[in-house]
Design a protein around this ligand. Structure first.
Ligand code: 3PG
Length: 394
């Protein structure tokens, strides 16, 4: 059920879980993507006359009140995005919260303090969930990016109050369903990033779901080394060679083509502007490290994108944060964006560094969907159940 299914929302107290875990520097929000993502839900509920009570976490205060993890500075930022006032209350339960909610008029928006200032939020404590629920007539979860946490505000509340998905949650689930649920084939996954160890579950799941899997970034080195390539000083988890071989065997069995780099851009130093050269895989100097995939590999990735109807992307292909080792990530991202613009590709991206990499390439805007989620996107790609989503569907 979505917020469109709420019967007579006017006057009702809607507890709306949003993800306001935004990057902040010196008290200033440096990226308001997540605020913009939940704005449609807040506006829609407020327009319909509901009392909109926002619940969110900020950082990881571990159940303590930590001043610089207060959501107070986020309230004006939400107000600026939605174009209407947002009140703030310095606790999310108890008398203060009850008083602030009692003072609301229909259509008002109130942000409650960081739910993680209470230990029982993360423990999903029944009393804490009940204390939150006391301020609401219904619950809306619009925080897909926190749905991998079984916390009181993401899971417990859905079991205590009539529960609905917000518009951002709905959009995430629809986009992810289109990409891996019943996708248009062939499906291509591009997975990059530094380490295989953090993405074993992901790779194991993907090889059974997609037709082609491009592996890039530092994690490709572990696969290459497992195949006998001398990777020099490159980042490489040599002890994971058996895992890499197992994943390749599973892919072959499932009919998934694994696409590894065929050449590499190598340098002796990990720093912007470091002297570099493009070499074949059998010519990686012993004292050099691979920092990006080479030009021939970029052409291979582009050809795979051309041959795909659906793309799921997680992780950069090289050390995109230091130029010129951003080339492959930028080229592949732009190519996928242009295929999407031409209506030939459904492209979905998400997780940690990925959004930053696509923004860096100027390609995010043309992807079919860019998830706001980091860890939740990964867990979803791994095929894991997301407690926040499951509770909504119960
Ligand atoms: C995120 O930033 O990915 C979500 O807000 C979840 O935060 P967490 O990893 O601290 O639970």
């Amino acid at each position: 059920k979505t917020i469109g299914d709420i019967q007579e929302p006017a006057g009702k107290r809607a507890l709306v879980r949003v993800d306001l875990n935004v990057p902040m520097k010196d008290g200033k929000i440096t990226d308001d993507t997540r605020i913009r993502a939940v704005a449609p839900t807040i506006r829609e509920l407020s327009d319909k006359g509901a009392k909109v009570i926002l619940l969110a976490h900020f950082g990881r205060p571990k159940g303590e009140v930590v001043a610089d993890m207060s959501l107070a500075p986020v309230a004006p930022a939400v107000a600026a995005v939605i174009g209407r006032p947002v009140a703030f209350c310095a606790d999310c339960i108890g008398e203060a919260a009850a008083g602030a909610v009692a003072a609301m008029q229909d259509g008002d928006v109130l942000l409650l303090e960081n739910t993680r200032f209470h230990k029982d939020e993360e423990k999903n404590g029944a009393d804490f969930a009940a204390a939150l629920a006391a301020n609401g007539d219904l619950y809306v979860n619009d925080a897909f990016s926190a749905a991998h946490r079984a916390h009181a505000s993401t899971e417990g509340l859905a079991r205590l109050l009539p529960a609905y998905a917000g518009r951002s949650m709905q959009a995430e689930l629809e986009a992810l369903g289109a990409a891996l649920g019943a996708p248009k084939r062939p499906v291509l996954a591009v997975v990059g990033g530094a380490k295989v160890s953090s993405k074993i579950d992901l790779l194991e799941n993907l090889v059974t779901r997609v037709d082609m899997l491009v592996i890039g970034g530092g994690m490709a080195n572990t696969f290459l080394a497992a195949k006998g390539v001398n990777v020099g000083k490159s980042l490489c988890e040599h002890d994971l060679a058996p895992t890499a071989l197992k994943i390749m065997a599973a892919a072959e069995k499932a009919g998934c083509e694994i696409v590894l780099p065929v050449d590499a851009v190598v340098a002796r130093e990990f720093k912007a502007g470091a002297a570099n050269e493009t070499v074949a895989l059998d010519a990686i100097p012993a004292d050099a490290m691979m920092l990006d995939v080479g030009a021939a590999s970029i052409e291979t990735v582009k050809a795979k994108i051309d041959g795909a109807s659906t793309l799921v992307w997680n992780g950069p292909l090289g050390a995109f944060e230091i130029e010129p080792f951003d080339k492959a990530t930028v080229a592949a991202a732009r190519h996928a964006a242009s295929r999407t613009k031409d209506g030939k590709l459904l492209s979905v991206a998400g997780g940690g560094d990925t959004v930053a990499a696509l923004n860096h390439a100027g390609a995010a805007g043309d992807f079919s969907y860019v998830s706001t989620a980091g860890g939740a996107f990964l867990e979803w790609l791994e095929g894991k159940e997301l407690p926040g989503v499951t509770a909504l569907q119960a």
